[in-house]
Design a protein around this ligand. Structure first.
Ligand code: SAH
Ligand code: SF4
Length: 344
């Protein structure tokens, strides 16, 4: 059993076995989750006999790092491999004393959005809690010493709300180090998953990939909209409980001549009326292999779109993709490697 996927309370419970073990459980858990131990061997204040015993019963395996791609903008993209040979990505974006780690929840994605490399790769498998936590540990270890504050965003590969059981367990473990208000779950709009999040006692922040101003166009690029229609999605977002000072994040991938007009921006403003939120505009990361017909709008168009929403009183950020030079957009590193493999 891999203890990286267990909470400290569960580790202490698992170790119970009478005598010394009962007393050492908390210490071992502290080594794993607070001190980031990778082996039982390094747990220097645990008696050697117990360490050996634990190493026979349990393990502390992390994903394997297949590749690290360093970008000129300071971000690093990781390609991880897990048991069975499946691969997935994570991105680390340090910024002075802060860092954002972008985490994956699956090794592919069944949602199949037309503008997404991960979607083009098709369904993968769910990552286990130990794999989700493992990627966090690996990326955190590489962060520069000056980083004090870490934000986690589940915006890597996969649809986190199609993996709620493992995500819930991973969150319990991550909460031991990172406050829920520093963790964001990004979803394509899985309504039962949003309700699941709404019912959590410790709730991360919710980001919803909106990406189009109406049902018709959203369905065209996000087929999941057929199953979870936009009006019902908006209703589930309006019902989502918001702690003081919190907002919903709407992500909006801007695609040239598709969803990028000033009229579209106005329609978005009407759609989100009354919702405390911010809008994160992501000019499309183009991909000549998987969707050559989709293009990024010009900077002027992006500015006009953002300006229209700002004029409507909205908080808007524009995210020109970090690490574009190392294919850091969602699924692109794995996509590139897959393409290379396919050529061979
Ligand atoms: N499945 C979840 C989380 C992973 S995708 C979701 O869809 O929200 C994370 C974000 O990347 C989403 O907002 C998605 O719209 C965006 N994205 C996917 N492909 C992109 C691309 N080619 N260019 C820009 N953003 C993209
Ligand atoms: Fe899946 Fe999100 Fe990509 Fe859509 S945008 S295919 S939901 S990972």
């Amino acid at each position: 059993m891999n203890l990286i996927g267990k909470t400290s309370v569960e580790i202490a419970e698992l170790l119970k076995g009478g005598g010394d073990r009962d007393f050492r459980g908390q210490q071992v858990a502290g080594w794993i989750h607070q001190r980031d131990a990778r082996t039982f061997e390094e747990m220097s204040n645990i008696p050697k006999v117990l360490r050996n015993q634990l190493a026979k019963e349990f393990f502390l395996t992390e994903p394997e790092v297949l590749e690290k791609a360093f970008s000129g903008d300071g971000s690093t993209k990781y390609l991880f491999e897990v048991e069975g040979g499946a691969t997935f990505e994570g991105v680390s974006m340090p910024d002075g004393g802060k860092a954002t780690l972008c985490l994956s929840s699956q090794t592919g994605c069944a949602v199949g959005c037309t503008f997404c490399v991960t979607g083009a790769l098709g369904a993968g498998r769910n990552l286990g809690p130990e794999e989700m936590v493992g990627q966090y540990r690996l990326m955190r270890r590489d962060l520069p010493g000056e980083v004090e504050r870490i934000n986690l965003v589940f915006m890597g590969m996969g649809e986190p709300l199609f993996n709620t059981t493992h995500l819930g367990q991973a969150l319990e473990i991550l909460f031991e180090r990172v406050s829920p208000k520093r963790i964001t779950i990004s979803t394509a709009g899985i309504i039962p998953g949003i309700r699941w999040m709404a019912a959590l006692s410790k709730r991360p922040k919710l980001a919803v990939s909106l990406n189009a101003p109406d049902q018709h166009r959203r369905q065209e690029i996000m087929p999941i909209t057929r199953r979870y229609p936009l009006d019902q999605l908006m209703a589930s977002i309006r019902a989502f409980p918001l702690e003081r000072g919190r907002r919903i994040t709407f992500e909006y991938v801007l695609i040239r001549d598709f969803n990028d007009s000033v009229a579209d921006a106005g329609a978005v403003a009407r759609l989100i009326a009354g919702i405390p939120c911010k809008i994160n505009i992501i000019p499309l990361n183009e991909d000549a292999t998987h969707f050559p017909e989709l293009r990024q709008p010009s900077k002027e168009v992006v500015d006009d779109f953002a300006g229209t929403l700002r004029d409507a009183g909205r908080v808007v950020t524009v995210r020109w993709s970090k690490g574009a030079d190392v294919a850091a957009a969602c699924g692109q590193l794995k996509g590139r490697n897959t393409a290379v493999l396919a050529l061979k």
